[in-house]
Every structure is written in C-alpha cells, then in structure tokens.
Design a protein around this ligand. Structure first.
Ligand SMILES: [Zn+2]
Length: 277
C-alpha cells in the first residue's frame, strides 16, 4: 500500500512499550490462560470469548523503547486508520448520517478493555463498549507462520478494515440487533448469525478498499484475500483440530470471507452487503 508521507490518524493509542507482561492475578487466572490458548481464536469480534475471560492483569510499570520496525508498523496503522476515517466519514455523510471515529489501541501481551481483559492470543478485536479496536501486531507474524497467509502490509490493512467494519455495524445498530436475535436462538442459529455479522465486516473491508483504490500497490488484494483465507473457520479448524464442524462456525469459511470481501471491493456500495439472507 502507498502509505508513506500520508495523513496519520490521531486516534491511535500505542501501549506496546508499556503494557508489558501483566501477571494474571484474578478471575480466570491460569485456567483462563489455558482456555485462551486452547481457543486460539484468530480473527476477532469474539466478545463471547472475552466475556469468559475476565482476567485481571496487574498493570506493569516496565516500559521499553520501541524498535524502528515497531515504530514503522505503528505509523502504518495510523495511516490506514486515517484512510478508514476519511472514507467512512464520506460514506456516512452521503447517507445523511454522522460517523464517529473509533479508536485503535496497539498493545503487546495483555490489555484491559471495556469488554474485559484480553491477550495477544485473542487476535485483533473490536470492543463496542469503548468503541476501540485492539491489536497486538505479533498476530500477523503468527498468521503467516502458523496459518500460511502471505503476510504483507495489506493483510494488516484488511484486518483493520474488518474491525472498523464491526464499528460501522455498531453505529448502524446491526450488531445490537444481532445480539438480541442471538439471545432467542439455538446455538446453531446463533452461530449462523455470527457468521453473517463477520461476513458483513469482510464486505465492509472490501467497500473501504474499493474507495481507497488509488493507494493500493500491486499484490495488495492478494494479501487481503490470503489473510481472509487464513482466518476462515474451516482453515482454522483444520489446522487446530484436524477436522471441520460447520455448525460451530462463527466467522464463515475461507471461501465466503474472500467472496464477501471481493463483493465489497467490486461494488463499493454498502447497500450490497446483506449477508443475513
Ligand atoms: Zn470480525
């Protein structure tokens, strides 16, 4: 992506140097950690996982200087977030609505959020309660190493745009409507609703990318698709459990995730994103 020298968002909070290794002291404690590792949920929006994990990390006072590479990655996320602000501000204004910009918190190891405590293993996620996206950037290394994604800067941009998509769903009321429906559904139906919500966030990531086309570099779309492929439920289950159980899908298959991203990219039109049928 062509990002150097461009506007950086002021909504990024960098806690990487200071979050340190908080000790897990209460609540889930070590059980919680084991649970998290067992889950190893890639992707995001897994508030259900977060709810079960009310670990309290003791704030670490240790801080360290970020490496040049870490600083550069931070700058990159600031440009991508700024792009999402420009584009979603524009799309909301065109529809006579006002966009509220989300925050982005970069952390390492563990973090406290309005949705509970989380660790790097939860993967990037959006917390509706504080309207912030939380990302541990080592996730992307994991995605490449363990889950076979190509990597590249647009893998990060895609995941960020997907999380911003959850923020858009929060602003539009889609997310709360889905939570309401899930409470009166069977487990299988609740999972299906979750899949629809996730695929719509992928669609919104595609819509964003469509409007941001002028900054794309060669290979960016392939990087996004490769990341979407790696975080499909079937791909993750095959790698972590050795088998696939479609009833337990919560994010959609690799194929569905790629298709909805591409539909958003091709149309650039938020009205085309009804993933709930
Ligand atoms: Zn998601």
């Amino acid at each position: 992506m062509k990002w150097r020298g461009r506007r950086q968002s002021g909504n990024v909070e960098d806690r990487r140097g200071s979050s340190g290794k908080g000790k897990l002291i209460a609540g889930g404690g070590i059980i919680g950690v084991i649970f998290l590792i067992a889950q190893f949920v890639l992707s995001d929006g897994d508030i259900s996982v977060l709810e079960q994990l009310d670990n309290v990390s003791s704030p670490s006072t240790e801080s360290r200087e970020l490496t040049a590479e870490e600083k550069e990655l931070g700058n990159f996320t600031e440009v991508v977030l700024a792009d999402t602000e420009d584009i979603w501000n524009k799309i909301f204004a065109e529809n006579n609505m006002e966009y509220r910009e989300p925050g982005l918190v970069l952390f390492s190891d563990a973090v406290q959020t309005a949705c509970g405590g989380a660790s790097a293993a939860s993967g990037p996620f959006y917390c509706p309660a504080d309207q912030k996206i939380y990302m541990d950037l080592t996730f992307f290394e994991e995605l490449r190493r363990r889950f076979g994604a190509k990597g590249g800067d647009y893998a990060i941009a895609y995941v960020m745009a997907h999380e911003v998509g959850h923020h858009v769903q929060n602003l539009l009321g889609t997310a709360s409507e889905v939570r309401r429906l899930q409470q009166q559904s069977s487990n299988v139906e609740a999972n299906e609703l979750s899949v629809s919500l996730e695929l719509q966030a992928d669609f919104y990531a595609g819509v964003f990318t469509s409007h941001n086309r002028k900054y794309l570099s060669e290979g960016d779309i392939e990087e996004a698709l490769s990341a979407a492929n790696a975080v499909g439920d079937d791909a993750i289950q095959k790698r972590t459990r050795g088998q696939v159980n479609p009833d337990s899908f919560t994010h959609g298959t690799s194929q569905q995730r790629k298709e909805w991203f591409m539909k958003g990219f091709r149309t650039g039109d938020i009205r085309q994103g009804n993933t709930f049928n």
